[in-house]
Design a protein around this ligand. Structure first.
Ligand SMILES: [Zn+2]
Length: 618
């Protein structure tokens, strides 16, 4: 305007007044709308909004209901491991209507379930309410049935003021029987929780659940642990429970083993008695023996009937005794059956014989001259003790009297790798199929870093780099009994539901086969029957048995100057129609013959009182 432009008509006087009026009208309209809306909300929709507010003050929480873990029973249904029920106590928060938190706490103090001064529980309550408005505060663990019953008399659980949570605790009626094999349970570790992309969580397992941690408890955990349930609780602002949804837990299956608890006890006693007797003998002849293992296998199925690793421990006390068990020089926590490694010594000779017969290196009639010293190599000339033999020795005599020269020569001619392959097919240094983590074991090969020709001779009598487990020795005995066919060894027979229905069953199968059949194994089995007749402890038994001893040297020298020896013994019976295969190992046992009384005791316990009478009358 100051610039001299002529004013336009209708403008210049009261500028913007029209727009202001429009704005005012719009504002009034919006305000009216809000007031109207508010009035409508307050009056017309009153019930709807009251419900919304109530919902906002409700809280829902979930409580896991642990599933009962399945029992582990022996072949006859005898309990080896079972859960007993214990109770944990939880305080329900906030206190439900009709109950008073202070009174509830007073009652719990009266029952000595919380500390009398109450400081602890006040601190816990403060911590609880700083993160949640409703839920459960754990107050006490491991209440027995009497304490739980007393608490019910107060009416607190019935009124919802507290909740008693039933929980299983593993008990072992005979805790010293089969401890390594049964194994342990315990809370999930962080590593287990994260393993397999949180596989346990995906399977519905609670983060703080107890699961199998070792042995069969771990191997069959998925069958044993069952499926936890959930209680979903909704409470309102006053603490009243407005809804409860229960997903009931599914109990775990009962795991039935092939183990016969009575036989297990008998084998354990036999081993223990034998070790105690050897400790009375001369240095180097068993006095230093403190440990061993023995296994009995059902030849037809590969089911393990007894499995003793000695010394052992009590599963009911192993947590409390753990420091002492760890410090014990006899290493009682080691499962010698699956993880102990021992040179088989002369017990290996049947494997060399099987390879030699199969490859046509010898016939049962061929002989080797035993001169007491093997002179093939100029440098390394190992010896034979020539017990009850010298001169020309055939396979039968070589097995019967354990002639080293025969097996040095036949082993060398067969070839190290050829007889190691046969030994592997027979179960030595091979997977037995068993459900537990086991040592692989080792055989001796021409590819071994320390290989030189002398190693072939040592390996032919079960030494060299060869080291196998007592379970592999039992698999080997089973294969010799079965003309080279070796069933997979196993501890589990089947899984049963609570009402006795079979949910799962182990299907016996062949784990390995060494070729040749009866043509190869017939003469070897004959030699093993002959061998058993040379052992005084095995005479006069009600059934014929076949066996082979081993007296492998240990690296340490005994006081007399010679080396300490272990005792190794494999066998099976009845020799004509084998039902049972056995392996026995005694550390510092002083030679294979020293293990024979254990084999005798095993045979007698399997053939009952009648057998004992028959044997003692001879
Ligand atoms: Zn000889």
């Amino acid at each position: 305007m100051a610039r001299g432009y002529p004013p336009r008509p209708g403008r210049g006087k009261q500028p913007g007044k029209g727009r202001l009026t429009v704005l005012l009208v719009v504002c009034l309209a919006v305000f009216a709308l809000f007031v109207g809306r508010l009035a409508w909300m307050q009056f017309a929709q009153a019930d709807y909004y009251a419900e919304k507010v109530a919902q906002a003050s409700q809280t829902t929480y979930r409580v896991p209901i642990p599933a009962a873990r399945g029992d582990i029973v022996d072949a006859n249904g005898g309990i080896l491991a079972a859960d007993t029920t214990t109770y944990d106590l939880a305080l329900c928060l906030p206190a439900p209507p009709g109950t008073d938190l202070a009174q509830t706490l007073d009652t719990l103090r009266m029952y000595n379930l919380i500390a009398p001064d109450g400081e602890d529980v006040e601190t816990q309550l403060a911590a609880f309410f700083s993160v949640a408005s409703a839920g459960e505060l754990p107050l006490a663990e491991d209440l027995d049935a009497t304490a739980a019953a007393a608490l019910y008399e107060t009416g607190l659980p019935q009124r919802g003021a507290v909740r008693l949570v039933a929980r299983g605790v593993r008990q072992y009626p005979s805790g010293t029987l089969l401890p390594h094999t049964i194994g342990t349970t315990g809370p999930i570790t962080a590593e287990q929780w994260a393993a397999g992309d949180y596989a346990l969580r995906e399977a519905g397992v609670a983060m703080d659940a107890t699961i199998g941690q070792s042995g069969l408890e771990l191997a069959y955990d998925a069958l044993l642990r069952g499926r936890d349930g959930t209680l979903r609780v909704t409470v309102d602002a006053d603490g009243a429970r407005t809804a409860e949804t229960l997903v009931a837990p599914e109990p775990g299956a009962t795991l039935q083993l092939t183990i016969d608890a009575a036989l297990q006890q008998a084998v354990q006693s036999a081993l223990q008695t034998r070790i105690a007797a050897l400790q009375q003998r001369a240095a180097g002849d068993g006095r230093e023996c403190t440990a061993g293992a023995a296994v009995v296998v059902d030849v037809a199925t590969g089911g393990i009937l007894a499995s003793v690793s000695w010394p052992g421990y009590d599963l009911n006390r192993w947590r409390a005794d753990y420091a002492a068990l760890m410090a014990d020089p006899a290493t009682p926590l080691l499962d010698r059956v699956c993880r102990g490694l021992y040179a088989p010594g002369s017990a290996f000779k049947p494997a060399v014989a099987a390879a030699a017969l199969h490859h046509g290196v010898i016939t049962p009639q061929n002989t080797v001259a035993c001169t007491g010293r093997y002179l093939y190599y100029s440098g390394y000339q190992p010896r034979c003790l020539q017990i009850s033999h010298s001169g020309p020795v055939n396979l039968l005599a070589a097995l019967k009297f354990s002639c080293n020269i025969f097996f040095y020569d036949v082993g060398r001619r067969t070839g190290l790798d050829a007889f190691s392959r046969t030994a592997q097919a027979l179960g030595l240094g091979a997977d037995t199929g068993v459900e537990l983590p086991s040592a692989e074991g080792a055989l001796t090969w021409t590819t071994d870093p320390n290989y030189q020709s002398g190693l072939t001779l040592q390996a032919a009598i079960g030494q060299g780099n060869t080291a196998v487990t007592p379970l592999q020795l039992a698999a080997y005995a089973t294969a010799l009994a079965g003309n080279g066919v070796r069933p997979a060894l196993h501890y589990a027979r089947r899984a049963l539901s609570a009402d006795g229905e079979t949910l799962w069953e182990y299907v016996p199968h062949t784990q390995g086969t060494a070729p040749g059949g009866a043509a190869v194994f017939g003469p070897i089995r004959e030699g093993m029957v002959e061998m058993s007749t040379t052992l005084a402890a095995l005479r006069g038994l009600p059934v014929t048995l076949a066996c082979k001893t081993g007296s492998p040297q240990r690296p340490e020298r005994a006081p007399g100057g010679g080396y300490y020896t272990n005792s190794v013994l494999i066998g099976y019976f009845p020799a004509e129609a084998p039902r049972y295969a056995v392996s026995v190992v005694l550390e510092y046992g002083g030679g294979g013959a020293n293990a024979a009384p254990v084999l005798r005791d095993i045979l007698l316990s399997l053939y009952g009182e009648q057998a004992v009478v028959a044997a003692s009358s001879l």
